[in-house]
Design a protein around this ligand. Structure first.
Ligand code: PEP
Ligand code: MN
Length: 342
């Protein structure tokens, strides 16, 4: 931690800061410049963060040296982590290609879509059973029955499944039926939920909140990791902008940035980022070119009948075509697309 003193800080104030730092069990290194005086504080920065050094008289600013997310930070863990989803490795050169409908609607439809995305090359199946909807009157998902249909479809085609858990009270049942727990954008800072999924042994797909900074996103991952579960895959899914031409603003730069800052895999969701089937392919390819460890796409065989997010769904033929293009970018990037497998 570096304590920067105000230009007019008196010797008494400087001595008082040093005294306080030493009282707390840290060592202080004073450095007097011609314009500014700074004090380097050496010791465990984590516990020092909660000390209000900023409130001491004469202090202008307190600057931490380390990122606040020590478990997920790449600083302490240079090698990229690989998160195993069923038998599919995600990260470290392996791409997690997630596809499926926004919501699970029926067993037949779930199995039908699963077959198509599996055939196209996807290796993880998605489908929401508990849907976080903006309106309480919109379809809320099939609940437990949806989990059963998703599990059946995954087992039938041999794909691991990911589904969203919206409430800490549902973690147990979602854990029972799925291979990966999704924490959605709206719940990225539901700290009770983050702790709860952190206490499971399942990998977690952590979407970026729609107005979350990259630091806040990584802090949410830290919450999960702090409970003992470091099997986390981050997912950039677009952030709020001012232009309604696209559903969100696809923050492609956040992908390489997050990959610099954390050892965890980072994937992209161009479906929720753009909300437009005509823009999804270009953004999916851009994400892979930017280094993403996977791509998450919503696919529906009959978008006009979809009970949620039909307007942004790719039909299986479009996904197939996109997959061929994604595979070519993956090859250019030196990435593998592992086969599906539970
Ligand atoms: C979803 O995956 O269907 C979803 C609701 O995503 P997000 O949380 O990114 O909006
Ligand atoms: Mn959706």
């Amino acid at each position: 931690m570096i304590v920067i003193l105000k230009p007019g800080a008196t010797d008494e104030q400087i001595d008082h800061v040093i005294e306080r730092v030493e009282q707390l069990g840290y060592s202080a290194h004073l450095s007097r410049g011609s314009y500014r005086t700074i004090i380097g504080v050496i010791g465990d920065e984590e516990s020092l963060r909660s000390e209000p050094l900023q409130a001491l008289p004469g202090v202008a600013d307190v600057i931490p040296v380390l990122p606040p997310y020590k478990l997920v930070s790449r600083e302490g863990h240079a090698e990229s982590s690989v998160v195993q989803v069923g038998s599919v490795p995600v990260g470290g050169g392996s791409l997690g290609m997630i596809a499926g409908p926004c919501a699970v609607e029926s067993e037949e439809r779930m199995v039908r879509i699963a077959r198509r995305v599996r055939q196209a090359g996807a290796n993880i199946l998605r489908g929401g059973a508990f849907k976080p909807r903006t309106s309480p009157y919109s379809f809320q998902g099939l609940g437990k029955q949806g989990l059963e249909f998703l599990r059946t479809a995954g087992d039938e085609v041999g794909m691991p499944v990911v589904t969203e858990v919206t409430d800490p009270r549902l973690v147990e049942v979602v854990d029972e039926y799925s291979d990966m727990l999704q924490v959605g954008a709206r719940n990225m800072q539901n700290f009770v939920l983050l702790r709860e999924v952190g206490q499971t042994a399942k990998p977690v797909l952590l979407k970026r909140g729609m107005s979350a900074t990259v630091t806040e996103w990584l802090m949410s991952a830290e919450y999960i990791a702090s409970q003992g579960n470091s099997k986390i895959v981050l997912c950039e899914r677009g952030i709020r902008g001012f232009d309604s031409a696209t559903r969100n603003v696809f923050d492609v730069a956040a992908i390489p940035l997050a990959r610099q800052l954390t050892h965890l895999p980072v994937i992209a969701d161009p479906s929720h980022a753009t909300g437009r089937p005509d823009l999804i392919p270009a953004c999916a390819l851009a994400a892979l070119a930017a280094g993403a460890d996977g791509v998450h796409v919503e696919v529906h065989d009959m978008p006009e009948e979809a009970r949620s997010d039909g307007a942004q769904a790719l039909v299986p033929e479009q996904y197939e075509e996109l997959f061929g293009q994604m595979a070519r970018i993956a090859e250019l990037m030196g990435r593998e697309i592992p086969a599906a497998g539970v």
